[in-house]
Write a protein that binds this ligand. Sequence first.
Ligand code: G3P
Length: 310
Amino acid sequence: MLQPGQIHQGSGARRVTMEEVNPTNKGKKLAHPASFAPRIFADTADLDEIKPLMEGGIINGVTTNPSLMKRAGATSWDGAMKMMKEIVKYMAPYPVSLELTELTPEKMIKQAKVLAGIGPNVVVKVPTGGYQAIDKNLDPFTGLKVINALWRNDIKVNATLIFNTTQAFWAANAGASYVSPFLGRLADYMYKHDHVEREPGNSLNFLEDHKAPAGGPERTANSAYVASGGARRDSGVRLINEIVSVFNNYRIKTEVLAASFRNAVQLSECLLAGADILTVPASLLMGVADHPLTNEGMVAFVEDSKVFEK
Ligand code: G3P
């Protein structure tokens, strides 16, 4: 697990430059003790999962993507639009990220305007890169161009599918309000592919293990660069800490939205690492108040308190 001593000390200072999540109302004597807490979003498109989390005061935002929409039952664009509208309306005024499905700048900007028109709390999710993996004729800078165009149009963007610090930096530089590093997928990948006898993170060293892609070694080095200096299971959360540190260095206000959680340990690690927002699957959020020893303790307290019953 990432140790507190390994955390960039500036992340606390960064938090107090961000918007207050729990502001104290005027006239209250008791100030809210967690005014600069990170925001917690639910990573789901299922309203039945979202509602109890909102009612419990656990979340103040939602993130969706095409896979989550499909999992929640959308089988067409019309169905997806209906689903997105319902979530946006229910969550208002809290932010809801809705992802673009078009792949060329003109169509993406048009679609972004439609999504942003659903409500003022919509954040448009734009894949940062990967366009040439779909079609080698697509512009590799499609995502960055769209992010910049949307910023110019006053539309908030969540730059998604981020796996290294450079992607996060360029997305912020293009004007993204949020960046979404997928820490769980990164940790999964490294755990599966790293050669244990080598330095952690070696599976991303494409120069050594794979044929260098077109573009030459410089490009390879850039794509391989990722925070991975520690144990393989830490690689995802190290990425969060690295992005937070870079944003802190340059007073970048883009919020670091840690995504793709697998377990509660990663939640704690992201809090240590200074993430601004954690977007978490509903199944993980439902368990945040519990612990096996808490359960055991409760059973004992309730049992002993029976002697006070009249
Ligand atoms: O918000 C991004 C997230 O949905 C990705 O999660 O579990 O598909 O890696 P996962």
